[in-house]
Design a protein around this ligand. Structure first.
Ligand SMILES: *[C@@H]1O[C@H](CO)[C@@H](O)[C@H](O)[C@H]1NC(C)=O
Ligand SMILES: *[C@@H]1O[C@H](CO)[C@@H](O)[C@H](O)[C@H]1NC(C)=O
Ligand SMILES: *[C@@H]1O[C@H](CO)[C@@H](O)[C@H](O)[C@H]1NC(C)=O
Ligand SMILES: *[C@@H]1O[C@H](CO)[C@@H](O)[C@H](O)[C@H]1NC(C)=O
Length: 530
Protein backbone atom coordinates (compact mmCIF):
# COMPACT_ATOMS: atom_id res chain seq x y z
CA UNK A 1 0.00 0.00 0.00
CA UNK A 2 2.78 2.43 0.96
CA UNK A 3 4.69 1.46 -2.15
CA UNK A 4 1.64 2.04 -4.30
CA UNK A 5 1.11 5.46 -2.75
CA UNK A 6 4.73 6.26 -3.38
CA UNK A 7 4.62 5.21 -7.03
CA UNK A 8 1.61 7.37 -7.58
CA UNK A 9 3.05 10.37 -5.75
CA UNK A 10 6.39 9.97 -7.50
CA UNK A 11 4.95 9.94 -10.98
CA UNK A 12 2.99 13.12 -10.31
CA UNK A 13 5.79 14.83 -8.46
CA UNK A 14 8.52 14.04 -10.96
CA UNK A 15 6.65 16.07 -13.49
CA UNK A 16 5.67 19.01 -11.41
CA UNK A 17 8.30 19.60 -8.76
CA UNK A 18 11.34 20.49 -10.83
CA UNK A 19 11.26 24.10 -9.76
CA UNK A 20 12.33 22.80 -6.36
CA UNK A 21 15.73 22.33 -7.98
CA UNK A 22 16.32 26.05 -8.47
CA UNK A 23 18.94 27.79 -6.36
CA UNK A 24 17.82 30.84 -4.39
CA UNK A 25 18.16 34.21 -6.15
CA UNK A 26 21.64 35.66 -5.65
CA UNK A 27 23.22 32.27 -4.93
CA UNK A 28 26.79 32.29 -6.29
CA UNK A 29 28.85 29.66 -8.08
CA UNK A 30 32.62 29.60 -8.21
CA UNK A 31 35.71 27.47 -8.44
CA UNK A 32 38.87 27.34 -6.35
CA UNK A 33 42.63 26.76 -6.42
CA UNK A 34 45.65 27.56 -4.26
CA UNK A 35 49.00 29.17 -4.96
CA UNK A 36 51.40 26.29 -4.34
CA UNK A 37 49.15 23.81 -6.16
CA UNK A 38 48.98 25.75 -9.43
CA UNK A 39 51.50 28.57 -9.72
CA UNK A 40 54.90 26.97 -10.21
CA UNK A 41 57.48 29.72 -10.67
CA UNK A 42 58.94 28.58 -7.37
CA UNK A 43 62.29 30.39 -7.80
CA UNK A 44 61.47 33.31 -10.10
CA UNK A 45 62.60 36.88 -9.42
CA UNK A 46 62.85 37.50 -5.68
CA UNK A 47 60.35 34.87 -4.52
CA UNK A 48 61.54 33.13 -1.38
CA UNK A 49 61.24 29.50 -0.34
CA UNK A 50 58.08 28.19 1.31
CA UNK A 51 57.83 25.19 3.64
CA UNK A 52 56.54 23.17 0.68
CA UNK A 53 59.52 24.12 -1.52
CA UNK A 54 61.84 23.08 1.31
CA UNK A 55 60.03 19.85 2.11
CA UNK A 56 60.16 18.76 -1.52
CA UNK A 57 63.90 19.45 -1.75
CA UNK A 58 64.67 17.58 1.45
CA UNK A 59 62.13 14.76 1.26
CA UNK A 60 61.56 13.96 -2.41
CA UNK A 61 60.24 10.54 -1.43
CA UNK A 62 57.64 12.13 0.80
CA UNK A 63 55.65 12.99 -2.33
CA UNK A 64 54.01 10.39 -4.52
CA UNK A 65 56.17 9.65 -7.60
CA UNK A 66 58.68 12.23 -6.31
CA UNK A 67 56.57 14.97 -7.89
CA UNK A 68 57.11 18.65 -7.11
CA UNK A 69 55.23 21.94 -7.37
CA UNK A 70 58.18 23.68 -9.04
CA UNK A 71 56.25 24.07 -12.28
CA UNK A 72 52.79 22.71 -11.31
CA UNK A 73 50.23 24.16 -13.77
CA UNK A 74 52.55 27.08 -14.46
CA UNK A 75 49.81 29.54 -13.58
CA UNK A 76 52.58 31.98 -12.78
CA UNK A 77 52.83 32.35 -16.59
CA UNK A 78 49.44 31.05 -17.71
CA UNK A 79 47.14 33.07 -15.44
CA UNK A 80 45.32 34.60 -18.40
CA UNK A 81 44.27 31.17 -19.56
CA UNK A 82 43.05 30.43 -15.99
CA UNK A 83 40.86 33.53 -16.09
CA UNK A 84 39.50 32.49 -19.50
CA UNK A 85 38.55 29.07 -18.10
CA UNK A 86 36.55 30.57 -15.23
CA UNK A 87 34.90 32.87 -17.76
CA UNK A 88 34.17 29.97 -20.14
CA UNK A 89 32.18 28.35 -17.33
CA UNK A 90 30.34 31.60 -16.66
CA UNK A 91 31.06 31.52 -12.94
CA UNK A 92 30.54 34.31 -10.42
CA UNK A 93 33.86 34.07 -8.60
CA UNK A 94 37.34 32.54 -8.58
CA UNK A 95 38.83 31.57 -5.23
CA UNK A 96 42.65 31.55 -5.26
CA UNK A 97 45.35 32.09 -2.67
CA UNK A 98 48.30 34.43 -2.45
CA UNK A 99 51.77 33.02 -1.86
CA UNK A 100 53.22 34.72 1.23
CA UNK A 101 56.88 34.18 0.17
CA UNK A 102 56.12 35.48 -3.34
CA UNK A 103 54.78 38.79 -2.11
CA UNK A 104 57.00 39.18 0.98
CA UNK A 105 60.38 37.59 0.18
CA UNK A 106 61.73 38.23 3.67
CA UNK A 107 58.57 36.81 5.25
CA UNK A 108 58.09 40.19 6.91
CA UNK A 109 56.44 43.34 5.61
CA UNK A 110 59.68 45.34 5.36
CA UNK A 111 59.93 44.58 1.64
CA UNK A 112 57.21 43.94 -0.93
CA UNK A 113 58.18 42.10 -4.13
CA UNK A 114 57.37 44.18 -7.21
CA UNK A 115 57.03 41.01 -9.22
CA UNK A 116 54.73 39.33 -6.69
CA UNK A 117 52.63 42.47 -6.34
CA UNK A 118 52.19 42.73 -10.12
CA UNK A 119 51.36 39.08 -10.52
CA UNK A 120 48.32 39.26 -8.23
CA UNK A 121 47.35 42.70 -9.54
CA UNK A 122 47.18 41.26 -13.04
CA UNK A 123 45.17 38.26 -11.90
CA UNK A 124 42.69 40.36 -9.92
CA UNK A 125 42.26 42.97 -12.66
CA UNK A 126 41.92 40.30 -15.34
CA UNK A 127 39.15 38.57 -13.40
CA UNK A 128 37.27 41.81 -12.79
CA UNK A 129 37.48 42.70 -16.47
CA UNK A 130 35.56 39.50 -17.19
CA UNK A 131 33.03 40.17 -14.44
CA UNK A 132 34.44 37.51 -12.12
CA UNK A 133 34.82 38.34 -8.43
CA UNK A 134 38.23 37.51 -6.95
CA UNK A 135 37.91 35.62 -3.64
CA UNK A 136 41.30 35.62 -1.97
CA UNK A 137 42.71 33.20 0.58
CA UNK A 138 45.51 34.89 2.50
CA UNK A 139 47.14 31.67 3.71
CA UNK A 140 46.79 28.30 2.00
CA UNK A 141 49.71 26.37 3.55
CA UNK A 142 52.82 27.87 1.87
CA UNK A 143 54.50 29.51 4.86
CA UNK A 144 57.78 31.34 4.20
CA UNK A 145 60.55 28.93 5.23
CA UNK A 146 62.27 31.75 7.10
CA UNK A 147 59.30 32.06 9.45
CA UNK A 148 59.32 28.30 9.92
CA UNK A 149 62.96 28.57 10.98
CA UNK A 150 61.78 31.01 13.64
CA UNK A 151 59.23 28.54 14.99
CA UNK A 152 56.43 28.92 12.45
CA UNK A 153 52.97 28.49 13.90
CA UNK A 154 54.32 27.47 17.31
CA UNK A 155 55.79 30.94 17.86
CA UNK A 156 53.13 33.30 19.29
CA UNK A 157 54.69 36.21 17.36
CA UNK A 158 53.41 34.66 14.14
CA UNK A 159 50.00 36.19 14.83
CA UNK A 160 51.55 39.66 14.39
CA UNK A 161 53.64 38.63 11.38
CA UNK A 162 50.46 37.30 9.78
CA UNK A 163 48.63 40.55 10.49
CA UNK A 164 51.47 42.56 8.90
CA UNK A 165 51.19 40.34 5.83
CA UNK A 166 47.40 40.69 5.76
CA UNK A 167 47.73 44.48 6.03
CA UNK A 168 49.94 44.48 2.92
CA UNK A 169 47.28 42.53 1.00
CA UNK A 170 44.34 44.64 2.23
CA UNK A 171 46.28 47.78 1.28
CA UNK A 172 47.32 46.52 -2.17
CA UNK A 173 44.11 44.78 -3.21
CA UNK A 174 41.32 45.69 -0.76
CA UNK A 175 39.78 48.18 -3.17
CA UNK A 176 39.02 45.31 -5.59
CA UNK A 177 38.85 42.16 -3.43
CA UNK A 178 35.58 42.07 -1.48
CA UNK A 179 35.80 38.56 -0.03
CA UNK A 180 38.80 37.40 1.98
CA UNK A 181 39.56 34.05 3.58
CA UNK A 182 42.16 34.39 6.32
CA UNK A 183 43.44 30.83 6.74
CA UNK A 184 42.52 27.66 4.90
CA UNK A 185 41.89 24.51 6.97
CA UNK A 186 43.79 25.24 10.18
CA UNK A 187 43.02 21.70 11.33
CA UNK A 188 45.20 20.33 8.52
CA UNK A 189 47.87 22.98 9.12
CA UNK A 190 48.27 22.03 12.78
CA UNK A 191 46.96 18.52 13.42
CA UNK A 192 48.72 17.14 10.34
CA UNK A 193 51.54 19.71 9.90
CA UNK A 194 52.88 18.59 13.28
CA UNK A 195 52.71 14.96 12.24
CA UNK A 196 53.45 14.34 8.57
CA UNK A 197 52.54 17.26 6.30
CA UNK A 198 55.08 20.10 5.86
CA UNK A 199 56.69 21.39 7.97
CA UNK A 200 56.36 17.73 9.06
CA UNK A 201 57.60 18.39 12.55
CA UNK A 202 56.75 15.44 14.69
CA UNK A 203 55.23 16.97 17.81
CA UNK A 204 51.66 15.81 18.10
CA UNK A 205 51.54 16.29 21.86
CA UNK A 206 52.48 19.97 22.13
CA UNK A 207 53.46 21.57 18.77
CA UNK A 208 50.11 20.74 17.22
CA UNK A 209 48.19 22.47 20.00
CA UNK A 210 50.42 25.55 20.16
CA UNK A 211 49.80 25.88 16.43
CA UNK A 212 46.07 25.50 17.08
CA UNK A 213 46.04 28.48 19.43
CA UNK A 214 48.21 30.69 17.25
CA UNK A 215 46.31 30.17 13.98
CA UNK A 216 43.19 31.30 15.81
CA UNK A 217 44.93 34.40 17.17
CA UNK A 218 46.42 35.19 13.75
CA UNK A 219 43.01 34.86 12.10
CA UNK A 220 41.28 36.94 14.78
CA UNK A 221 43.80 39.78 14.66
CA UNK A 222 43.62 39.91 10.85
CA UNK A 223 39.82 39.95 11.00
CA UNK A 224 39.87 42.80 13.52
CA UNK A 225 42.36 44.75 11.41
CA UNK A 226 40.05 44.44 8.41
CA UNK A 227 37.00 45.24 10.50
CA UNK A 228 38.36 48.46 11.97
CA UNK A 229 40.63 49.86 9.25
CA UNK A 230 39.53 48.46 5.90
CA UNK A 231 35.85 47.58 6.12
CA UNK A 232 34.81 51.24 6.50
CA UNK A 233 36.55 52.02 3.19
CA UNK A 234 35.92 48.86 1.21
CA UNK A 235 32.88 47.20 2.77
CA UNK A 236 34.04 43.61 2.09
CA UNK A 237 33.65 40.39 4.06
CA UNK A 238 36.24 38.14 5.72
CA UNK A 239 36.25 34.79 7.52
CA UNK A 240 38.31 31.67 8.22
CA UNK A 241 37.80 28.49 6.17
CA UNK A 242 37.50 25.13 7.92
CA UNK A 243 37.35 21.61 6.60
CA UNK A 244 34.34 19.79 8.01
CA UNK A 245 33.99 16.05 7.75
CA UNK A 246 30.66 14.56 8.73
CA UNK A 247 31.16 12.01 11.52
CA UNK A 248 28.43 9.66 12.67
CA UNK A 249 28.29 6.93 15.33
CA UNK A 250 29.50 3.53 14.10
CA UNK A 251 26.83 1.83 16.17
CA UNK A 252 24.52 2.22 19.12
CA UNK A 253 26.32 3.66 22.11
CA UNK A 254 28.77 5.64 19.96
CA UNK A 255 26.60 8.79 19.83
CA UNK A 256 28.51 10.56 22.56
CA UNK A 257 31.93 9.97 21.04
CA UNK A 258 30.61 11.21 17.71
CA UNK A 259 29.87 14.58 19.26
CA UNK A 260 33.23 14.48 21.03
CA UNK A 261 34.91 13.73 17.70
CA UNK A 262 33.34 16.88 16.23
CA UNK A 263 34.63 18.91 19.16
CA UNK A 264 38.15 17.56 18.67
CA UNK A 265 38.35 17.85 14.89
CA UNK A 266 36.17 20.84 14.03
CA UNK A 267 35.49 22.27 17.47
CA UNK A 268 39.03 23.30 18.36
CA UNK A 269 39.04 25.50 15.25
CA UNK A 270 35.47 26.80 15.34
CA UNK A 271 34.10 27.11 18.93
CA UNK A 272 36.55 29.89 19.87
CA UNK A 273 35.30 31.93 16.89
CA UNK A 274 31.67 30.95 16.38
CA UNK A 275 30.27 29.84 19.76
CA UNK A 276 28.40 32.34 21.92
CA UNK A 277 30.67 31.90 24.93
CA UNK A 278 33.96 31.63 22.98
CA UNK A 279 37.02 29.69 24.16
CA UNK A 280 37.87 26.02 23.65
CA UNK A 281 35.19 23.33 23.51
CA UNK A 282 34.98 22.58 27.22
CA UNK A 283 34.97 18.81 27.18
CA UNK A 284 38.09 18.70 25.02
CA UNK A 285 39.77 21.27 27.22
CA UNK A 286 39.08 19.09 30.29
CA UNK A 287 40.21 15.87 28.65
CA UNK A 288 43.53 17.31 27.46
CA UNK A 289 44.17 19.04 30.80
CA UNK A 290 43.60 15.75 32.63
CA UNK A 291 45.79 13.76 30.25
CA UNK A 292 48.54 16.37 30.41
CA UNK A 293 48.58 16.08 34.19
CA UNK A 294 48.73 12.29 34.06
CA UNK A 295 51.60 12.56 31.59
CA UNK A 296 53.53 14.72 34.05
CA UNK A 297 53.19 18.11 32.37
CA UNK A 298 52.97 21.19 34.58
CA UNK A 299 50.56 22.75 32.07
CA UNK A 300 47.79 21.64 29.81
CA UNK A 301 49.13 20.74 26.40
CA UNK A 302 46.13 22.65 25.03
CA UNK A 303 47.31 26.15 25.91
CA UNK A 304 44.84 28.28 27.86
CA UNK A 305 43.37 31.46 26.48
CA UNK A 306 43.39 34.54 28.69
CA UNK A 307 39.95 36.14 29.01
CA UNK A 308 41.26 38.89 26.76
CA UNK A 309 42.20 36.33 24.08
CA UNK A 310 38.79 34.67 24.34
CA UNK A 311 37.20 38.05 23.60
CA UNK A 312 39.71 38.83 20.86
CA UNK A 313 38.80 35.66 18.95
CA UNK A 314 35.08 35.39 19.71
CA UNK A 315 32.79 36.63 16.93
CA UNK A 316 35.53 37.25 14.36
CA UNK A 317 33.54 36.17 11.32
CA UNK A 318 31.34 37.57 8.57
CA UNK A 319 30.30 34.09 7.42
CA UNK A 320 31.16 30.42 7.95
CA UNK A 321 33.59 29.11 5.29
CA UNK A 322 33.17 25.37 4.84
CA UNK A 323 35.21 22.88 2.86
CA UNK A 324 33.50 19.52 2.67
CA UNK A 325 34.48 16.31 0.91
CA UNK A 326 33.73 13.21 2.87
CA UNK A 327 32.32 11.44 5.93
CA UNK A 328 33.32 9.01 8.64
CA UNK A 329 31.84 6.73 11.26
CA UNK A 330 33.47 6.72 14.67
CA UNK A 331 34.01 4.14 17.41
CA UNK A 332 36.27 3.68 20.42
CA UNK A 333 39.77 2.34 19.90
CA UNK A 334 40.05 -1.38 20.59
CA UNK A 335 42.75 -2.56 22.97
CA UNK A 336 46.19 -2.53 21.33
CA UNK A 337 44.81 -0.99 18.14
CA UNK A 338 47.15 1.63 16.63
CA UNK A 339 45.60 4.86 15.44
CA UNK A 340 47.31 5.80 12.22
CA UNK A 341 48.29 9.38 11.66
CA UNK A 342 47.09 9.61 8.08
CA UNK A 343 44.29 12.09 7.43
CA UNK A 344 40.92 11.14 8.92
CA UNK A 345 41.98 7.88 10.58
CA UNK A 346 40.99 8.91 14.10
CA UNK A 347 42.09 10.91 17.11
CA UNK A 348 45.00 9.66 19.16
CA UNK A 349 44.12 12.23 21.78
CA UNK A 350 40.63 10.81 22.29
CA UNK A 351 41.51 7.22 21.40
CA UNK A 352 38.80 6.99 18.80
CA UNK A 353 38.97 5.45 15.35
CA UNK A 354 37.32 6.71 12.18
CA UNK A 355 36.10 4.30 9.53
CA UNK A 356 33.89 4.39 6.47
CA UNK A 357 30.91 2.26 5.53
CA UNK A 358 31.67 -0.36 2.88
CA UNK A 359 28.86 0.87 0.64
CA UNK A 360 30.31 4.39 0.35
CA UNK A 361 31.90 4.81 -3.08
CA UNK A 362 35.69 5.00 -3.38
CA UNK A 363 37.56 7.85 -5.02
CA UNK A 364 41.27 7.90 -5.94
CA UNK A 365 42.24 9.41 -2.58
CA UNK A 366 42.44 6.95 0.31
CA UNK A 367 40.91 9.44 2.75
CA UNK A 368 38.02 10.25 0.49
CA UNK A 369 34.78 8.22 0.20
CA UNK A 370 31.57 9.47 -1.32
CA UNK A 371 28.55 9.94 0.98
CA UNK A 372 26.40 12.85 -0.23
CA UNK A 373 23.95 12.72 2.69
CA UNK A 374 26.86 13.65 4.96
CA UNK A 375 26.94 17.07 3.30
CA UNK A 376 23.40 17.93 4.37
CA UNK A 377 24.03 16.53 7.84
CA UNK A 378 27.19 18.57 8.42
CA UNK A 379 25.37 21.71 7.27
CA UNK A 380 22.68 20.87 9.84
CA UNK A 381 25.40 20.41 12.48
CA UNK A 382 26.75 23.91 11.80
CA UNK A 383 23.30 25.41 12.27
CA UNK A 384 22.71 23.37 15.43
CA UNK A 385 26.06 24.38 16.85
CA UNK A 386 26.35 28.03 15.86
CA UNK A 387 22.86 29.19 14.91
CA UNK A 388 21.53 30.61 11.71
CA UNK A 389 24.71 32.00 10.18
CA UNK A 390 25.67 32.72 6.59
CA UNK A 391 27.60 29.82 5.06
CA UNK A 392 29.74 29.69 1.96
CA UNK A 393 30.80 26.28 0.74
CA UNK A 394 34.38 27.17 -0.09
CA UNK A 395 35.45 23.74 -1.40
CA UNK A 396 33.72 20.58 -2.59
CA UNK A 397 34.90 18.29 -5.35
CA UNK A 398 35.85 14.85 -6.52
CA UNK A 399 39.20 13.03 -6.81
CA UNK A 400 39.93 10.64 -9.64
CA UNK A 401 43.09 8.93 -10.83
CA UNK A 402 41.85 9.12 -14.40
CA UNK A 403 42.86 11.78 -16.89
CA UNK A 404 39.75 11.12 -18.97
CA UNK A 405 37.76 14.07 -20.23
CA UNK A 406 34.59 12.04 -19.82
CA UNK A 407 34.42 12.25 -16.04
CA UNK A 408 30.96 10.87 -15.37
CA UNK A 409 31.90 9.96 -11.79
CA UNK A 410 32.75 13.58 -11.04
CA UNK A 411 29.46 14.79 -12.52
CA UNK A 412 27.58 12.23 -10.47
CA UNK A 413 29.41 13.34 -7.31
CA UNK A 414 28.75 17.03 -7.97
CA UNK A 415 25.10 16.45 -8.78
CA UNK A 416 24.40 14.39 -5.69
CA UNK A 417 26.31 16.73 -3.35
CA UNK A 418 24.65 19.82 -4.85
CA UNK A 419 21.31 18.13 -4.38
CA UNK A 420 22.00 17.53 -0.68
CA UNK A 421 23.07 21.15 -0.28
CA UNK A 422 19.87 22.28 -1.96
CA UNK A 423 17.86 20.14 0.45
CA UNK A 424 19.70 21.79 3.35
CA UNK A 425 18.80 25.20 1.94
CA UNK A 426 15.18 24.48 1.08
CA UNK A 427 14.11 21.95 3.68
CA UNK A 428 16.30 22.84 6.66
CA UNK A 429 16.39 26.60 6.06
CA UNK A 430 20.18 26.69 6.13
CA UNK A 431 21.60 29.94 4.85
CA UNK A 432 24.09 28.76 2.22
CA UNK A 433 24.94 31.66 -0.10
CA UNK A 434 27.57 30.23 -2.43
CA UNK A 435 29.29 27.07 -3.60
CA UNK A 436 32.84 26.47 -4.81
CA UNK A 437 34.04 23.47 -6.79
CA UNK A 438 37.49 22.22 -5.89
CA UNK A 439 39.18 22.67 -8.30
CA UNK A 440 39.57 24.64 -11.53
CA UNK A 441 42.10 22.21 -13.05
CA UNK A 442 44.20 19.18 -12.15
CA UNK A 443 47.06 20.35 -9.98
CA UNK A 444 49.69 19.43 -7.41
CA UNK A 445 47.64 17.50 -4.85
CA UNK A 446 50.13 17.89 -1.98
CA UNK A 447 51.80 14.64 -0.92
CA UNK A 448 49.64 12.78 -3.44
CA UNK A 449 51.55 14.57 -6.21
CA UNK A 450 49.69 14.54 -9.51
CA UNK A 451 48.04 11.19 -8.87
CA UNK A 452 44.69 12.46 -7.61
CA UNK A 453 43.01 14.78 -10.06
CA UNK A 454 40.26 17.08 -8.85
CA UNK A 455 40.07 19.30 -11.94
CA UNK A 456 37.09 20.44 -13.95
CA UNK A 457 39.82 21.00 -16.55
CA UNK A 458 42.35 18.38 -17.49
CA UNK A 459 45.97 19.59 -17.52
CA UNK A 460 48.55 17.86 -19.67
CA UNK A 461 51.56 17.72 -17.35
CA UNK A 462 53.66 16.01 -20.02
CA UNK A 463 53.45 19.11 -22.17
CA UNK A 464 55.72 22.04 -21.27
CA UNK A 465 52.93 24.52 -21.90
CA UNK A 466 50.55 22.70 -19.56
CA UNK A 467 47.61 22.69 -21.95
CA UNK A 468 44.24 22.81 -20.21
CA UNK A 469 41.13 21.12 -21.66
CA UNK A 470 37.62 21.20 -20.21
CA UNK A 471 36.16 17.92 -19.00
CA UNK A 472 32.46 17.13 -19.31
CA UNK A 473 32.14 18.15 -15.65
CA UNK A 474 33.20 21.71 -16.60
CA UNK A 475 30.33 21.82 -19.08
CA UNK A 476 27.94 20.29 -16.57
CA UNK A 477 28.89 22.81 -13.89
CA UNK A 478 28.68 25.70 -16.36
CA UNK A 479 25.16 24.58 -17.18
CA UNK A 480 24.15 24.43 -13.51
CA UNK A 481 25.54 27.93 -12.94
CA UNK A 482 23.80 29.27 -16.04
CA UNK A 483 20.46 27.60 -15.28
CA UNK A 484 20.82 28.57 -11.61
CA UNK A 485 19.26 25.17 -11.03
CA UNK A 486 19.96 21.44 -11.01
CA UNK A 487 17.20 21.21 -13.55
CA UNK A 488 19.41 21.76 -16.58
CA UNK A 489 18.90 21.10 -20.32
CA UNK A 490 19.04 17.37 -21.09
CA UNK A 491 22.06 17.68 -23.39
CA UNK A 492 24.14 19.03 -20.47
CA UNK A 493 23.30 16.26 -18.01
CA UNK A 494 25.78 13.64 -19.26
CA UNK A 495 24.55 11.13 -16.67
CA UNK A 496 21.27 9.53 -15.84
CA UNK A 497 19.82 12.33 -13.77
CA UNK A 498 16.82 11.49 -11.62
CA UNK A 499 17.40 14.37 -9.26
CA UNK A 500 13.98 15.79 -9.97
CA UNK A 501 12.30 12.65 -8.72
CA UNK A 502 14.64 12.01 -5.85
CA UNK A 503 14.36 15.57 -4.73
CA UNK A 504 10.56 15.44 -4.89
CA UNK A 505 10.40 12.27 -2.87
CA UNK A 506 12.88 13.53 -0.32
CA UNK A 507 10.89 16.66 0.23
CA UNK A 508 7.36 15.43 -0.31
CA UNK A 509 7.11 12.15 1.57
CA UNK A 510 8.36 13.53 4.88
CA UNK A 511 5.70 16.22 4.57
CA UNK A 512 3.06 13.54 4.21
CA UNK A 513 4.18 11.06 6.80
CA UNK A 514 6.60 12.87 9.10
CA UNK A 515 10.34 12.46 9.21
CA UNK A 516 10.70 9.44 11.50
CA UNK A 517 8.66 6.98 9.49
CA UNK A 518 10.16 7.89 6.14
CA UNK A 519 13.88 7.69 6.72
CA UNK A 520 14.08 4.02 5.88
CA UNK A 521 11.64 4.42 3.03
CA UNK A 522 13.70 7.23 1.56
CA UNK A 523 16.84 5.15 1.63
CA UNK A 524 15.00 2.36 -0.16
CA UNK A 525 13.68 4.75 -2.77
CA UNK A 526 17.12 6.21 -3.39
CA UNK A 527 18.48 2.70 -3.92
CA UNK A 528 15.72 1.92 -6.40
CA UNK A 529 16.49 5.06 -8.34
CA UNK A 530 20.26 4.69 -8.48
C1 LIG B 1 64.73 27.49 -10.92
O1 LIG B 1 64.43 26.12 -10.82
C2 LIG B 1 64.59 25.39 -12.03
C3 LIG B 1 64.14 23.98 -11.76
O2 LIG B 1 62.79 23.95 -11.41
C4 LIG B 1 66.02 25.47 -12.51
O3 LIG B 1 66.15 24.80 -13.74
C5 LIG B 1 66.45 26.92 -12.65
O4 LIG B 1 67.80 27.01 -12.97
C6 LIG B 1 66.16 27.70 -11.37
N1 LIG B 1 66.40 29.12 -11.60
C7 LIG B 1 67.08 29.86 -10.78
C8 LIG B 1 67.18 31.30 -11.14
O5 LIG B 1 67.60 29.42 -9.78
C1 LIG C 1 55.98 9.85 -12.50
O1 LIG C 1 56.66 11.02 -12.91
C2 LIG C 1 57.23 10.95 -14.22
C3 LIG C 1 57.94 12.26 -14.51
O2 LIG C 1 58.75 12.62 -13.45
C4 LIG C 1 56.17 10.71 -15.25
O3 LIG C 1 56.73 10.56 -16.53
C5 LIG C 1 55.37 9.47 -14.89
O4 LIG C 1 54.29 9.35 -15.77
C6 LIG C 1 54.87 9.54 -13.47
N1 LIG C 1 54.24 8.30 -13.11
C7 LIG C 1 53.01 8.22 -12.64
C8 LIG C 1 52.54 6.84 -12.31
O5 LIG C 1 52.31 9.19 -12.47
C1 LIG D 1 36.41 0.43 -2.20
O1 LIG D 1 37.71 -0.14 -2.27
C2 LIG D 1 37.92 -1.17 -1.34
C3 LIG D 1 39.38 -1.56 -1.39
O2 LIG D 1 39.86 -1.61 -2.69
C4 LIG D 1 36.99 -2.34 -1.68
O3 LIG D 1 37.18 -3.40 -0.78
C5 LIG D 1 35.55 -1.85 -1.61
O4 LIG D 1 34.67 -2.85 -2.01
C6 LIG D 1 35.33 -0.62 -2.48
N1 LIG D 1 34.02 -0.08 -2.20
C7 LIG D 1 33.08 0.14 -3.12
C8 LIG D 1 31.76 0.63 -2.65
O5 LIG D 1 33.29 -0.07 -4.30
C1 LIG E 1 51.96 23.86 -26.66
O1 LIG E 1 53.05 23.06 -27.00
C2 LIG E 1 52.91 22.35 -28.22
C3 LIG E 1 54.10 21.44 -28.43
O2 LIG E 1 55.11 21.68 -27.52
C4 LIG E 1 52.72 23.34 -29.37
O3 LIG E 1 52.52 22.63 -30.55
C5 LIG E 1 51.52 24.22 -29.07
O4 LIG E 1 51.40 25.21 -30.07
C6 LIG E 1 51.64 24.88 -27.73
N1 LIG E 1 50.41 25.58 -27.41
C7 LIG E 1 50.40 26.83 -26.98
C8 LIG E 1 49.05 27.40 -26.65
O5 LIG E 1 51.40 27.48 -26.82
Amino acid sequence: MVLFLWLFAASVLCVCQCQELDFPPGFQFGVGSSSYQVEGGWNVSDKAESIWDRYILENPDGIRNRSTGKMACNSYRLWQRDIDMVAEMGLDFYRFSISWPRILPTGFSNRISEDGKNYYNNLINGLLEKGIQPVVTIYHWDLPQRLQNLGGWTNPLIADWFVDYARVLFTLYGDRVKTWHTINEPWIICDFGYVFLPPAISDYAVGRLLCNKHVLLAHAKAWRLYDTEFRPKYNGQIAIVNQLTWIEPAGQGDEDIAELAFQDTIGRYTYPIFSKEGGWPQRIQKIIAKKSKEEGYDFSRLPDFTQEEVELIRGTYDFFGMNHYTSRIVRKRRNDETIHTYILQGSRELEIVFETRPEWKNTSSVWFKEFPQGFRRILQWVKRSFGDIKIYVTENGYASDSSSLEDYNRISYLRSYLEQMLLAIKEDGINVLGYTVWTLMDNFEWIDGYHSKFGLYYVNFECPNRTRTPRLSAKYYASVAKSHSLNIPDQDKYIVDKSCCIFSIYTFIPRLFGNGLTTALNEAIILMHL
